[in-house]
Design a protein around this ligand. Structure first.
Ligand SMILES: Cc1ncc(COP(=O)(O)O)c(C=O)c1O
Length: 379
């Protein structure tokens, strides 16, 4: 927290706006829309809810197909299942770790031949890094299929000077506790289509018809954000810039200390994009470094330092077994490679330099110890 949140919470209490609507909700929506340069925004209870609303607005229903990045958190795809539709997973490419345009093109090619185009494409911006939006937009525009940009992790990032999340028909952000700014839980749906977002507000408040009594003609959801949490979000948005800078400093320090080590490759930043570096992620080539991602994770855990593997691709998840998946190329399965060799390092905006050096030293020690062990075996 920045310290300013209490002011907005107090305002909500003093004016008795303790509801999933109110002045903080209205202002938070306006401020986010202004920040990213979108026409409008709808504050909701989670990023997952925002994706679900976007799919509903695009009329995704039972039996429809939705293309979705495979290397992501499960929340990107779960709403496809809520709607009774079928996901098709698309691999990553190595420059951004995000959706591979060439795999996407092949998926569209097959879908055209089968006479079953997807209703939407969910493009994820992993760990703050924007996907290759120009290429992806050009393919999706060609097939006239709308994009939902899952920018849950990339608020504050830019692609060619434009805010991440603003490239699709809809964009979504998450304010979950682990995100770059948080409301403890919450999300935002953004779009330039003001009419669609009006409908989103209607759907998110149980789809109540405009009648004096309670009347409902379609099924809605209870997805609006509380006025108190929106107050937290307003104060958090004020420090978003500082949070991005802090995370980029964390990344820079890791880069200075680790990038020159053989076999260590930090997540790239595509030219003309600026990542919020929500998480510093890297892959470790065991043959070159002498250590595996698992060795590093274990050594960090022994020091009580929490690090994680890169997201397990959705096409590898038990719940999505048998789901169609398009690899980057016949010989390159990028998301599986990233999962097998990737880790995310502690990257909090409040990570102290001293703590970060402890993490870095721990990683260097694993490499040294493993190489000593190898020397002993060799002797
Ligand atoms: C890529 C991605 N998409 C969607 C979500 C869902 O957001 P939420 O947790 O707010 O529902 C998250 C994070 O949790 C995420 O990382």
């Amino acid at each position: 927290m920045s310290g300013h949140e209490q002011k907005y919470i107090n305002e909500a209490f003093e004016t008795n706006w303790i509801a999933p609507l109110g002045p903080n909700v209205d202002a938070f929506e306006k401020e986010i829309a202004e920040y990213v340069g979108a026409n409008d925004a709808v504050a909701v209870s989670s990023g997952t809810a925002a994706i679900h609303l976007a799919l509903s607005l695009l009329d995704v229903n039972k039996g429809d197909i939705v293309f979705c990045s495979s290397l992501t958190f499960v929340a990107s795809a779960n709403p496809i299942i809520y709607q009774g539709a079928d996901p098709v997973f698309i691999d990553s490419e190595p420059d951004t770790w995000n959706m591979s345009p060439q795999a996407l093109e092949r998926a569209f090619h097959d879908a055209t031949n089968e006479g079953r185009l997807p209703k939407a494409v969910i493009v994820v911006n992993l760990y703050g890094q924007c996907a290759k939006m120009d290429e992806i937009l050009s393919i999706c525009n060609h097939y006239r299929v709308p994009i939902i940009e899952d920018a849950a992790e990339s608020l504050g990032s830019t692609y060619k000077g434009r805010a991440s999340g603003t490239f699709g028909k809809f964009g979504i952000f998450s304010f979950n506790g682990n995100k770059i700014i948080t409301t403890s839980g919450g999300g935002m749906l953004i779009s330039n289509d003001i009419e669609a977002l009006k409908k989103a507000r209607f759907l998110a408040t149980q789809a109540r018809d405009p009648a004096p009594h309670y009347q409902h003609s379609i099924i809605g959801f209870n997805y609006r954000l509380s006025n108190i949490l929106a107050g937290i979000g307003r104060a958090q948005l004020e420090v978003l810039h500082d949070r991005v800078e802090a995370r980029r400093v964390v990344f820079k320090r890791y880069h200075q200390e680790l990038a020159h080590l053989p076999g260590f490759h930090l997540m790239p930043e595509l030219e003309d994009t600026r990542s919020n570096r929500w998480l510093t992620a890297l892959i470790i080539n065991e043959a070159d470094s002498g250590v595996s991602a698992g060795d590093v994770l274990k050594a960090l855990a022994n020091e009580n330092i929490e690090a994680r593997p890169v997201w397990k691709p959705l096409h590898m998840q038990p719940i999505f077994q048998g789901t169609r998946y398009y690899q980057h190329s016949n010989s390159e399965n990028i998301s599986e490679h990233l999962f097998n060799s990737g880790i995310c390092l502690p990257s909090g905006s409040n990570l102290e330099e001293e703590d970060q050096l402890k993490i870095i030293n721990c990683i260097k020690d694993v490499i040294n110890n493993n190489s000593k062990e190898r020397d002993v075996i060799h002797i």
